[in-house]
Design a protein around this ligand. Structure first.
Ligand code: DC
Length: 335
């Protein structure tokens, strides 16, 4: 059994308005959660005390919710509370992740789930950005865009086509040919070159440093940033990278800058690569991480940088769960 919540508002205490608002709210909850009416066991409404002219439960029955039990209650009057608001809880015989629905004036009750918003997570390699960004996107049921994967794909193209990454004009010529796309399957990002999925290849250690080199050229960045802005402009998403809060989305609703000591970051990368079966040396990895930090933050165009309004979190002594909880707490505080 799961519980789905929702709320909506009406303009004035009027039976017709209540019928319309209740029908719209329940239908949207059904659609967003792909519910069959037979899966709804019970619906409980509560409305603010300024609503007297009709029972929301009766409106639901009239809207065709016939087989479930229905109940309406009135909330006490609260100073400063939202006016003319109808809240609902649906008890469902199904085991899925609930999508709660907040409409009209009730959107203000849950800004985190009812409006388009972007979360920018920047920081150096191995600071835990992608683990956090994935978990956050899953929790809020929004898209996760791994921008590092895009630079990695450009670097992979260069490595596979013998393009000299030290030669800026050769890299810029190459960018005319790179056909990069980001597609999503079951919520997972797949990075493709010429339609071929290269999501695994771009994680190879040889690609990491190459991506850091390729990403310093404006002709590479401009193209990638354009794509990132296009995706983020269409839907709510969490983006992780180096310059999201400072350059790609300076107006992002939430900005975080994640750090950790080089030692801890190298250890994380080492464990991750070892688990994938790569033969890596810890000291080499640490040196590479430090060299990448320097290169990513010293480049002239759009370097790795904490945006002035980003919240900085040092994850050296924190578990992934603790970082996620801290970020969600900070987001709730801002809402
Ligand atoms: O996050 P990552 O390790 O997958 O990123 C690979 C490289 O791409 C990184 O060293 C710098 C570059 N990058 C960037 O310059 N800007 C971003 N927004 C993301 C990554």
């Amino acid at each position: 059994m799961i519980v789905i919540r929702g709320a909506t508002t009406i303009e004035r205490d009027d039976a017709e308005e209540i019928r319309g608002a209740v029908k719209e709210l329940l239908e949207q909850i059904e659609n967003r959660n792909s519910l069959a009416r037979s899966e709804i066991v019970s619906i409980v409404f509560s409305s603010t005390s300024d609503i007297h002219s009709y029972y929301p439960a009766k409106a639901a029955r009239e809207a065709g919710f016939e087989s479930c039990s229905l109940f309406s209650a009135m909330e006490p009057e609260i100073d400063g509370g939202l006016k003319f608001c109808i809240r609902v809880m649906l008890f469902i015989e199904k085991n899925v992740t609930p999508h709660h629905v907040y409409l009209r004036g009730a959107k203000s009750l849950r800004k985190d789930i009812s409006q388009k918003f972007n979360v920018a997570i920047d920081g150096p390699a191995g600071s835990g950005k992608s683990t956090l960004a994935k978990a956050l996107a899953k929790d809020y049921k929004i898209l996760y865009l791994d921008t590092g994967a895009m630079y990695r794909a450009c670097a992979l193209y260069a490595l596979e086509h013998g393009v000299d990454l030290a030669n800026e004009s050769a890299v810029c010529d190459m960018m005319q040919k790179v056909d990069l796309s980001v597609v999503y399957q079951d919520g997972e990002q797949h990075t493709c070159l010429g339609g071929k999925d290269v999501s695994s290849e771009i994680r190879e250690p040889r690609v990491s440093m190459a991506a850091s080199v390729a990403s310093k050229y404006p002709c590479v960045r401009v193209k990638m940033v354009e794509k990132q802005r296009e995706i983020a402009g269409k839907m709510s998403c969490v983006l992780d990278g180096r310059d999201i809060g400072s350059f790609v989305l300076p107006d992002a609703d939430f900005k975080f800058y994640l750090t950790a000591s080089a030692e801890v970051r190298a250890r994380r990368r080492f464990d991750e690569l070892k688990a994938k079966g790569y033969d890596v040396n810890f000291d080499d990895l640490k040196r590479e991480i430090e060299a990448r930090d320097l290169q990513d933050s010293a480049r002239e165009f759009s370097p790795l940088k904490k945006a002035d309004d980003a919240i900085e979190i040092d994850s050296s002594e924190m578990t992934a769960e603790q970082v996620l909880a801290e970020i969600k707490k900070r987001m709730q505080e801002k809402i």
